[in-house]
Design a protein around this ligand. Structure first.
Ligand code: CMP
Length: 145
């Protein structure tokens, strides 16, 4: 079992598509073990996107990230990190059928972020969630995998 951090960005709630996106993760068998709505501030954005702070697109990325509430969640499942990245598609040129590709033809202000490695997941999860906010649960569905 693996855990990954996923964030539905500020473009999601105004478009009323949060449920649709979460459903796609659930249909794939991923388990939500933490979920909350927050409004990110500059400091949290800087910590979350530390690797991009020196990039020329950072100012726009930060402006978008703090522009409205986000839905932060931890999803659990076998190979969850790679599976979620496959489901959302790449930052640029995401194909139809992927989440990014199905909700936009082309945009850097994409609708979803997901950890790209075990290292990122290990860094991002504690940035957004305290231990007591993570609630692992069992339902017996593991036998379907
Ligand atoms: P995300 O998966 O949240 O991780 C970093 C974000 O930076 C990415 O989605 C995009 O929104 C943004 N991003 C990454 N690369 C570029 C780029 N070359 N130009 C503009 N924005 C980018």
């Amino acid at each position: 079992m693996e855990r990954t951090f996923v964030m539905l960005k500020p473009g999601v709630l105004p478009r009323r598509i949060a449920g649709e996106i979460i459903t796609r993760f659930e249909r794939r068998g991923l388990k939500i073990i933490a979920l909350k709505m927050i409004k990110m501030d500059e400091a949290m954005t800087g910590a979350h996107y530390a690797e991009h702070r020196d990039k020329d697109f950072y100012a726009k990325l930060a402006e978008y990230t703090v522009s409205g509430p986000v839905l932060a969640m931890i999803l659990e499942g076998p190979d969850a990190i790679a599976m979620v990245r496959l489901m959302i598609g790449p930052t640029s040129g995401a194909a139809p059928g992927t989440i990014r590709g199905d909700y936009a033809r082309q945009t850097r202000l994409n609708i979803v972020h997901a950890s790209d490695s075990r290292e990122s997941a290990a860094r991002e999860i504690p940035l957004f969630f305290r231990n007591e906010e993570i609630i692992p649960w069992e339902d017996g569905n593991e036998s379907w995998f």
